[in-house]
Design a protein around this ligand. Sequence first.
Ligand code: GLC
Length: 820
Amino acid sequence: MVSYGYFDDKNKEYVITNPQTPVKWINYIGTLKFGGFVDHTGGALLCKGDPALNRIHKYIPQMPAGEFKGSTLYVRIKEGNSYKVFSPFYVPTLNKYDLFECHVGLSYQRIISECFGVRTEVTIFVPNGDAVEIRDIKVTNKSGQDLDIDVIPLVEYSHPDALKQLTNADWVPQTMTSRVDDFGKGFKVLRQYPFMKRDTTVNYLTSNYPISSFESDRKKFLGDYEYGTFANPLSLQQPELSNFETIRGNSIGALMHHLGVMKSGETKRIVVQLGQEESVEKALPSIKKYQDVKNVDAAFKALADFWVDYLSTMHVETPDASFNSMINVHNPRQCHVTKNWSRDLSYNQLGFGGRGIGYRDSSQDVLGVMPNMPEEAMAFVKKILSTQKPDGSAMHQFFASTMEANEGDSREEKGHKWYSDDHLWPIISVAFYIKETGNIKVLDESVTFYDKTKPVDQREVGTVFEHLQRALEFTRTHVGQHGLPLLGFADWNDTVNLHGNAESIFTCCLYGKGLLEMIELCTFLKKVDLVKKYQGYYEDMRTAFNACAWDGEWYVRWFEADGTPLGSQKNEGSKLFINAQSWPVMCGFATTERGQKALESLRTKLNTKYGIKISWPSFNGFDWRKGGVTTYPPGSKENGGIFLHTNPWCMLAETVMGNGDRAFEYYNQVNPAAKNDIIEIFESAPYNYPQNILGDDHPQFGIGRNSWLSGTSTWMYTVSTKNILGILPVYEGLAINPCIPKAWKEFKVVRKFRGVTYTILVKNPEGVCRGVKKMLVNGLEVKGNIIIPQTKDTVVEVTLGSGGIMDSLAEKYTTEKVKA
Ligand code: GLC
């Protein structure tokens, strides 16, 4: 039992108490407009607009944990003619400390430490909407004697073109420049830019305390031609820094602040700002604003208020404390992070331009923020749709700042230059948006189709609705020999890259799910002809699927170009894949009997105590015919690992079957909060979902990797709130359709929906999983399980019991209208 910290639910923080975590645990500040991550030892990687094209810090995650990364803070105590130098962040000086706490907060990181009698408390955040990082530093002498203390914040810059920084050691250092603007009385602003940006974009570093000297050149700061180190910078043994304005080399910014002799018990506060603006002159109003600590406090309060408001969209009280803590704080917080950074910038996803914003990834990420910020989410969906091609397929990814899109890894491919699933995901995103807001007008809004050969104003335009329709048509017209969708370069599983006209069961089911959403939407819109058309499409695909996909005990996952199934008992390598069992149930293609059997096979062959594996058994050896999946050793990532994104889909499938106990069991086995005491096994941060956990074919079974940016977050939140708790927006209003563990006697949800707050109390006297037997809305019994939108705050009392309504309107469309 090893933990490195604890959850502080009252303050909505996780507090790390031991800096030697098995991997860096990070937190995000700001947004994609200006922000990035700060690790628990104060290292930072911030960008403005785009991690690949406008990066501020040089932060190289591959360097060992104890090394300097991007940013730190030094404190030094004068001792005769020399100085005792240490970092209150532990890294990079690694001194013995008396106290270390990193408070991982909602968009802020607060590092508190005590070392050599000095207590340092540093709060790091980005004020809402501003392009500046604040480091609010409080230093207290607790030593019992007078101490002469200096404080030196330090930043190491990257060239804004992040990849160039790593690949061009000639041009980059020739251009990196720093200049100081000295406004007198110690008020200095250190400006940094590559030469070409001199007149347009500068980084600035400054503070609200007299700066007696500065350094902008790494070589001079470390000393001895860099045989001095960040753990022991030789310049910090001198009374002052050299005031050198770099005209080439490795750019840093270090600011010397002499706090002077501090009495024991005395505290001093310094606010350091790192921002980016067109010019220092333009930045001055903002700089002056945050020189005043009252404005810093107000900005921090505004950030806290944002989160109170954001999280008040939904608050749950269930019998499970750890579930409550995840659903009320950490899971929606992670969804907000994935909405901002897609798969672009994290400790493992390095934002050098290989990724950008993922078409499929972000189309899913928006689902998790839809209740809280539907308009921002929909605006983002429209950006995503503007990278859909006129033929209905999609570009795979794009840069947020330039909206330039590319085909991802399928660029390299000689055959199909598209992923078969990408274009289908926004159907779900748009449906979620309309169900949440009731705003059907969005369907008529215009969005361009992507064509890299034409400027934006000459591109074809279509309505949002047309974009969704073209997506369905593309899949319908790109099918293989079994009538199933062609795989293209890959489907959701990036790493199975089969050649020629292979077919994908996953895309087949996603298409089915997309059709269900369209049928439901068109029924609501009374577009009778379209309902008929899409019911026909659905039936055709369902028939094709059932004619070939059943393998006896489970469904197969792909067909290779020659018709050989993959994910079948007949295979030599992997025989069973998770998504081919959950998705047929989710999209209604599975018959009840086969669906149950498939979920049983999934349980017996894939389930482990740390989550459900993606496949069984793992491939063991590189095979170019299968693709990237075989580059992984058995048990890791997509090769038999617990690829967490897939687990909430199994939970969802179990709720479709009415099995609330199993859905919740699957939830619990991957809940990161529940791993807080087994960090020696899990290693990953316990306050968010990692992308993957090593499976039981791997000797290090249980290790989590790649925290924060995973589709797990959006789906865990969606399935937990909409399918387990059953608080489900539908076109007509708010449906209540829980599927919970039998042992839950009651639960309460406060949910804001279309401008009104609903307090929903659910009682379960008979101990069932689902079935709404009785529902009172403001004391009046209503028929059915849908609350028609109300105009004032509303109390809803729900009693579950056997014989109650078992499904939502959404499922009714499936069962009655489609299957009829
Ligand atoms: C990664 C990718 C995502 C893909 C998944 C499975 O998470 O970001 O797009 O669906 O891997 O391969």
